[in-house]
Design a binder for this molecule. Structure first.
Ligand SMILES: C[S@@+](CC[C@H](N)C(=O)[O-])C[C@H]1O[C@@H](n2cnc3c(N)ncnc32)[C@H](O)[C@@H]1O
Length: 308
């Protein structure tokens, strides 16, 4: 098995993280999720995300499918660029620093958790430091996810009375400091630069968030994307959005695909180069995974840029 292939065992570990951390009983969750859905439909975000109960119900319902999909995307697409010999990390401190814009609901964090699992399995001497910045108050959710990975995935307390199967199941999945997670509750478009050193980042992700940024403030988003020029050579920048018409932004009276706007801003003075892209990709869930709520396949487009 190659290092970047997540095993079924690992995929189930990702789902178990949600099962063991959040309420996932459909009977309890269904009425809460209906309320969240209705509020999201009305774009009433304060109601949708106004209570911890709603936040956790949102995570239990929608984050696991995304987390699996991102685990797959990160391990297949991002990993090789992140660990390329000429990658941005020339200070060689073996830590890859990642910013996840709009990553508060945890899918990217768990997706990077999967990379940590693969690093560990491949004996790669490398750490991940993920900072999620999100305008919504996901602090308690991020804390629960990070604690779970750092406690349950590092537990290798085998005792001699265990069967071989039990001992194998209890082998530590990562080392204690193999992944570190921080959360900053802030609008990324107005984040003071002293809160995060962009020049040290190896990777920035914006997953299903860029559209929201453009919708909230086109000028602010253009300025933010331009400001990423301060990233160092080799920094990776990954955009993922819904394939199709969801990912169109109005400019004046015309609609433009969001990837067109991104390209326009990033490449006009040759500071970013497109490394890889696809207009329509499917992530299809593998059979045989167990989760109490519905899991979904995902269709998306992506653009992966590198700072030149
Ligand atoms: C559609 S959700 C996507 C969540 C997650 N990235 C994923 O792919 O599953 C968009 C996220 O972006 C966050 N968001 C929207 N505008 C933002 C802004 N200006 N700054 C930071 N986060 C923002 C929202 O709070 C929400 O968590």
């Amino acid at each position: 098995m190659s290092n970047h292939t997540l095993s079924k065992y690992h995929e189930q570990q990702l789902l178990d993280l949600f099962i063991n951390t959040f309420e996932t009983d459909p009977q309890v969750l269904t009425p809460i999720i209906q309320g969240v859905k209705a509020a999201l439909y009305d774009r009433d975000y304060p109601t949708a995300f106004g209570t911890l109960q709603n936040l956790e119900a949102y995570v239990a319902r929608w984050t696991p499918s995304r987390a699996l999909s991102y685990a797959h995307l990160f391990s297949n697409l991002v990993e090789s660029a992140l660990y390329a010999p000429n990658s941005s990390n020339f200070d060689n401190d073996k830590t890859k620093r990642i910013l996840s814009i709009g990553g508060g609901a945890g899918a990217e964090i768990v997706g990077f958790g999967a990379l940590a699992l693969l690093n560990h399995r491949g004996n790669r001497d490398c750490k991940l430091h993920v900072t999620a910045v999100d305008v919504a108050e996901w602090d308690p959710v991020v804390a629960k996810i990070a604690n779970y990975m750092n406690q349950n995935w590092t537990d290798n307390s085998n005792d001699a009375s265990m069967s071989l199967d039990e001992q194998l199941a209890n082998l530590s999945l990562i080392d204690t400091d193999e992944i570190k997670v921080d959360f900053i509750n802030h609008d990324i478009l107005t984040l003071p630069r002293d809160r995060l050193d962009f020049s040290k980042l190896d990777l920035i992700t914006s997953m299903f968030t860029t559209n929201e940024l453009f919708t909230a403030s086109r000028v602010g988003t253009v300025n933010f994307l331009k400001s990423l020029v301060e990233c160092r050579k080799g920094t990776l920048l990954l955009f993922v959005e819904s394939a199709g018409s969801y990912s169109e932004v109005m400019v004046g009276t015309k609609k433009f695909p969001v990837h067109f706007l991104i390209k326009h801003v990033l490449t006009h003075n040759n500071t970013w180069e497109l490394l890889s892209s696809a207009d329509s990709k499917w992530y299809r869930l593998p059979p045989g995974l167990s989760y109490p709520m519905q899991l979904e396949n995902m269709r998306y487009f992506y653009r992966l840029y590198i700072r030149t």
